[in-house]
Design a protein around this ligand. Structure first.
Ligand SMILES: *[C@@H]1O[C@H](CO)[C@@H](O)[C@H](O)[C@H]1NC(C)=O
Ligand SMILES: *[C@@H]1O[C@H](CO)[C@@H](O)[C@H](O)[C@H]1NC(C)=O
Ligand SMILES: *[C@@H]1O[C@H](CO)[C@@H](O)[C@H](O)[C@H]1NC(C)=O
Ligand SMILES: *[C@@H]1O[C@H](CO)[C@@H](O)[C@H](O)[C@H]1NC(C)=O
Ligand SMILES: *[C@@H]1O[C@H](CO)[C@@H](O)[C@H](O)[C@H]1NC(C)=O
Ligand SMILES: [Zn+2]
Length: 946
């Protein structure tokens, strides 16, 4: 969800272990127990003679006290909105509700703390379950981020595991803020339609009902929804009863659901809509819901099939059945994140669930498959076993990300997605993790307190480094041992909470059972508790090897060492050799030496989360090999050599010319991974130099390099036919996009004519895969007419996928006044949906013509943007990140610092993003100063067509 990173110097983890496991199993026994109590009341507890007054400690600041635990909730919610208001009914955006929660008191107290946010709490009662007396003396809401609803009691509650009932009644507003219970809209039959949807993670269940809103406070939930006739209510568990009633002359439906499993509040979900569903053909537990038009058009079919296949695969893989009776997945027209794994009711953006034949591209399809596989993996990792506290949220997200690749691979084996993991997750994690502002995977529990600190953890370290490190471990231990350990972990902790040390213990059991000698915790703590990752330096002549903390600013590196599994190969030899490097070094190890012209390549298939540097001789031999016969090096490692060389150059560990030299052989390479790796790295050069004289020679070089690739795909491109392999389809997009954006005439002409055909005949024959690229090129090369045409198509399109492609393409114009107008549109949710505003502004900033416009706009509208989008915290971080990408001058740095001074302290979250932007800008300034002349010379020399 989020993108923001930070550092923590504290490496040791001190965790307060909660004794919540003690309440496991209580839920089902509770009814019996209460009945027994009533029939045969136990003798009252002895009067406490201690002189201690209650509450004993100071009031809590952010975390709930551990004196009472929820066991079971009964919640009534009544949203008043109509899904399809007729012209005479008045739409109403409020909900009312009440909640009864049975709590168990484990520590004597005179107060109860719950959490409640933006709700009008109209009544609070605490019942003694024996006497039935109301114990409330007073209650009050705390200001600030704790969102505490503090209830002071007339009498103390005894910590002898006795039960009480807390009742609250409340009212709330259905806003379009994409959090809690909120309203989303769409168009059907030319009329506006409404639905209520929910997003609780991480801390917004408290916006829907007062609750104990911490992941370890698991409980059972009995949910009843009272909703307008003609709408369907869905929640986590199966429908129990549906009754039609009349209230004040209006028709309502009372939908009651079965009790849920024992679960965390952040996984609760609710939708009330006029949606239709599609049953999965092979699994009657699964339904896919969306707008009726979309379901009728068959857009839910792919997701329905895929979810069934993935769920079955996981059940076999984890040897643990999906524990719920049903699984609904719903496409919500307004949705902040990509999707949310709510137990039994997974919610998605439309573009992450609805596959539209002929409109959606291959990459849309991969995205949909990946998101489904990610959310379904969470049904085990996160939902069944939950992290104790948010500091370990990487256990949730790292596992879901890692297993999503296995899940996709199971249903689409010909896509080879595990190879793509290298580009999509490993490479991006390595990039942010090389900044000073990065943070360790696992933060100390005490460092993570407030909702904004929690939200900030949803970044690429948590997702992508989490996945990369698990993949490294799986490769190191062997997949079967790894999976056995994972199965132990699920068995031991299901319906409960775990911390990362529990995971190491379960994996160690599997290692021991296989008679292996690996020390899981010893190795893994170097990757999870320490910030960053190492660069391994190998000298093939002296056979010496060493490791150091890799940072772009190498002067600030920490004195750390990792346990690094190194897999390596040497030219002409088929064997893959292994070493576990623990020493900082340099130490001589024979395995790292070569003889004669032999080259050595480390981190084969890049299963390790680190970079590799070599002595110059070895670098040169590797480059020579690429020039003479590139097949000798696997595509992933061709991509790795490029990525490592570019990043080592940024850290000044190798010359920038060596990095650029790794791209020369691409003239002969048609594989996607090396190309994508090069393009991602060259993007940095484009951002740094597209406002300078370097840009001309650089474009000439890119033209020269991409021309063979463009020609390789020309038949496909011109005849609108689709290459067979998944990665070929991707590389065709790269070929067209690089060719068009660097001014290759035949590419631009093709884009213009295809787009013109659409304008003239109103028939769009542009292949789905190439739509984004071709729309973008045509609009960039076009005038107002093209832009207006695309804008009109954007507004009238009913397909979310098509809208996304057009929304991007509209940012490609070079006309300043059009870009300025487009920026203004992002403030109007009727034009650009709130969920899309930040990415639209970032698209505009990415365009060199829009860079300074976007930055001025963000500064001018800052108050409005933070007010309106404050709830989607992670998006504000992404906004700062996006609009400052190109910053590389002293003037821009001054502006950024001034902006931080004026606004940063107000909010914790953009401040982290601002710090990161400042660090990056400082590094950019220095880098441009040091490298501009060298880079200019290099591009001049290499762009010459001999
Ligand atoms: C929820 O339902 C279960 C099963 O019917 C019941 O045992 C439990 O007491 C209910 N919880 C509340 C708070 O009413
Ligand atoms: C509501 O009003 C619109 C335009 O005013 C009209 O086209 C539509 O038929 C009306 N719908 C109903 C249900 O009366
Ligand atoms: C809670 O709300 C439901 C639905 O409005 C209502 O039927 C019930 O009486 C309420 N419970 C209490 C104790 O007020
Ligand atoms: C909450 O209370 C405030 C102040 O009384 C009122 O203005 C607001 O409308 C109430 N909100 C809801 C949803 O009832
Ligand atoms: C690198 O870090 C040092 C020490 O913190 C700092 O003085 C220097 O400015 C940084 N260099 C760059 C390029 O950011
Ligand atoms: Zn996730």
């Amino acid at each position: 969800m989020a993108k923001a990173v930070r550092i923590s110097k504290v490496l040791a983890i001190v965790t307060v272990v909660l004794t919540i496991s003690a309440i496991g199993g209580i839920a089902s026994m509770l009814a019996v127990y209460l009945i027994q109590i009533q029939k045969n009341p136990p003798t009252p507890p002895p009067t406490i003679v201690s002189t201690t007054a209650f509450p004993t400690g100071p009031p809590p600041t952010m975390r709930l006290p551990q004196n009472v635990f929820p066991v079971s909730y009964r919640i009534h919610l009544q949203p008043y909105l109509y899904a399809a208001p007729s012209n005479t009914t008045k739409q109403s955006f409020v909900f009312t509700g009440n909640s009864t929660v049975i709590i168990k008191c484990v520590e004597t107290t005179k107060s109860i703390f719950l959490q409640s946010k933006d709700l009008n709490v109209t009544s609070v009662t605490v019942y003694d379950s024996i006497s039935g007396d109301d114990l409330v003396e007073s209650y009050q809401l705390h200001d600030g981020e704790s969102n505490f609803l503090e209830i002071q009691l007339k009498d103390i509650l005894y910590g002898n595991e006795s039960f009480y009932e807390v009742f609250t009644a409340f009212e709330g507003e259905l806003m379009d803020d994409l959090t809690g219970l909120y309203v989303s809209t769409y168009t059907e039959d030319d009329e506006q339609r409404f639905l209520a949807a929910s997003q609780m993670q991480p801390t917004d269940a408290r916006k829907v009902f007062p609750c104990f809103d911490e992941p370890a406070m698991k409980a059972e939930f009995n949910i009843t929804v009272i909703h307008r006739d003609g709408t369907t209510a869905l929640s986590n568990s199966q429908l129990y009863t549906e009754k039609y009633v009349e209230i004040d002359g209006d028709k309502w439906v009372v939908t009651e659901f079965h009790p849920t499993e024992k679960m965390s509040t952040y996984l609760l979900a609710l939708t009330v809509s006029g949606f239709k569903s599609k049953q999965s053909p092979t699994d009657n537990r699964i339904k896919t819901w969306a707008r009726p038009d979309a379901v009728d058009a068959g857009y839910a079919d792919y997701a329905a099939e895929t979810a069934a296949e993935v769920l079955k695969y996981y059940e076999n893989l984890f040897k643990e059945k999906y524990p719920l009776a049903k699984l609904d997945q719903v496409a919500i027209p307004d949705f902040s994140a990509g999707a949310m794994e709510n137990w039994g009711l997974v919610t998605y953006r439309e573009t992450a669930l609805l596959y539209e034949e002929g409109v959606s591209s291959t990459s849309d399809k991969e995205w949909i498959t990946t998101v489904i596989a990610h959310e379904l993996a969470h049904q085990w990792f996160g939902n069944l076993v939950t992290m104790k506290w948010w500091n370990d949220v990487w256990l949730n997200e790292g596992f879901a990300t890692y297993f999503s690749y296995l899940g996709v691979d199971a249903v689409k084996p010909d896509w080879n997605v595990e190879d793509l993991l290298f580009i999509e997750d490993v490479q991006s994690a390595l990039e942010v993790d090389s900044l000073n502002t990065s943070h360790p995977l696992s933060s100390p529990e005490a460092d993570i307190d407030s909702p904004s600190e929690i939200t900030e953890l949803f970044d690429s370290i948590t997702y992508s480094k989490g996945a990369a490190v698990l993949r490294m471990l799986s490769n190191h231990l062997g997949e079967e041992v790894f999976l056995n350990g994972i199965r132990n972990y699920l068995q031991e902790f299901k319906f409960r909470n775990a911390e990362y040390k529990d995971l190491w213990r379960c994996l160690q059991q599997a290692v021991d059972a296989a008679n292996k000698h690996d020390k899981v915790e010893e190795m893994m703590r170097t990757w999870t508790e320490q910030v960053g990752y190492p660069v391994i330096t190998i000298n093939t002549i002296t056979s010496e090897v060493s490791q150091q903390h890799f940072l772009l600013n190498q002067t600030t590196g920490h004195d750390l060492a990792w346990h690094v599994p190194v897999r390596l190969m040497k030219s002409g030899k088929p064997d893959i050799l292994s070493d576990l490097l623990r020493e900082k070094g340099p130490v001589p190890k024979p395995v790292y030496s070569t003889t004669g012209d032999e080259w050595l390549l480390a981190n084969v298939n890049r299963t390790g989360y680190y970079r590799v540097n070599y002595n110059t001789e070895n670098w040169n031999r590797l480059l020579l090999q690429l020039e003479s016969d590139l097949e000798a090096i696997p595509p992933i490692n061709r991509g790795q050599l490029i990525d490592d060389a570019f990043n080592l150059a940024r850290a000044k560990l190798v010359n920038v010319t060596l990095a650029l030299d790794t791209t020369k052989y691409l003239l002969n390479d048609t594989e996607y991974i090396p190309w994508e790796s090069a393009l991602q790295n060259l993007e940095y050069f484009i951002l740094m130099f597209d406002r300078s004289e370097v840009y001309g020679p650089m474009q000439a070089y890119l033209q020269k390099q991409v021309l063979p690739l463009y020609d390789y795909y020309q038949n496909f491109t011109e005849n609108a036919s689709v290459p067979v392999s998944h990665t070929d389809q991707y590389n065709q997009i790269n070929a067209v996009s690089v060719a068009c954006s660097n001014g290759i005439t035949k590419c631009i002409d093709l884009s213009k004519s295809l787009f013109q055909l659409w304008i003239d005949n109103d028939t769009n024959i542009i292949p789905a895969n190439l739509k984004s690229t071709i729309y973008c090129s045509a609009i960039a090369a076009g005038e107002e007419e093209e832009w207006e045409f695309a804008w009109e198509k954007f507004q009238s399109a009913t397909s979310a996928t098509e809208r996304d492609k057009l929304r991007y393409a509209l940012s490609c114009t070079t006309k300043i006044w059009l870009l300025n107008r487009y920026l203004q549109y992002t403030l109007d949710p009727d034009k650009i949906k709130k969920m899309d505003a930040v990415s639209t502004i970032n698209y505009i900033a990415k365009n060199v013509a829009g860079q300074s416009l976007a930055w001025d706009f963000v500064r001018a509208q800052w108050n409005y943007i933070t007010q309106e989008y404050g709830a989607g915290i992670m998006h504000i971080g992404a906004l700062i990140d996006g609009v400052t990408q190109r910053f590389s001058t002293d003037f821009e740095l001054q502006q950024l610092k001034q902006f931080q001074k004026d606004n940063g302290a107000e909010f914790a979250y953009p401040d982290r993003a601002l710090e990161q932007a400042i660090e990056r800008t400082e590094a950019n300034i220095k880098w441009v100063k040091e490298n501009k002349d060298i880079v200019l010379d290099w591009f001049r020399r290499e762009s010459q067509v001999l």
